[in-house]
Design a protein. Structure first.
Length: 172
């Protein structure tokens, strides 16, 4: 988990100030786990070709979490190369998060995350070191589903609502 930036770079070419990371964090905290807020996980196949897939993600305890069946292309890609990005269009803010996907196996963390997903409408339950539920997205694969945390290394955003701006953040 990280919520402190080590470097902020203003990318705006129109004179707007750099966007604060807190804006992105606040919106991630309030706009995750909604059918109206699509998240896309971007991974790399073993042959180097990109792969993108929609995911159900939640921002929880200052980190982004998502689930995926162990046999899915995205999980197989992560197993071979955990580097990935997650893209999301929040209200007035297009955001790309960069880092590595790390599988979550701590049962206490899984329990808190399952509760968060249930609050959002998905009846997730902990099953060993994964989740199970009566249903998931069609691309999720069969249960159980692995839970991943994005270890955040960087992010960039473009604001389409005031205050406008474009910013890149690097995390330590």
């Amino acid at each position: 988990m990280t919520n402190s930036t080590t470097h902020t770079r203003n990318l705006d070419q129109y004179g707007h100030a750099a966007l604060p990371w807190s804006r992105a964090q606040d919106q991630l905290a309030t706009e995750t786990a909604s059918a109206d807020v699509p998240y896309f996980l971007n991974t790399v196949r073993p042959d180097g070709r990109p792969h993108s897939a929609g995911i159900g993600a939640v921002w929880f305890e200052d980190a982004l979490y998502f689930v995926s069946g162990p046999g899915t292309r995205k999980s197989r890609n992560i197993a071979a190369n955990p580097a990935c990005t997650v893209s999301v269009r929040l209200t007035g803010l297009d955001l790309v998060l960069e880092g590595e996907a790390e599988r979550v196996v701590d049962t206490a963390v899984l329990g808190r995350l399952a509760a968060r997903y249930r609050e959002a409408g998905w009846p997730a339950e902990v099953a060993g070191e994964a989740f199970t539920a009566p249903f998931t997205a069609p691309s999720g694969g069969p249960p159980p589903w692995y839970v991943y945390r994005l270890v955040l290394r960087g992010a960039h955003a473009v604001a389409s609502r005031e205050p406008y701006g474009a910013t890149r953040w690097t995390f330590g």
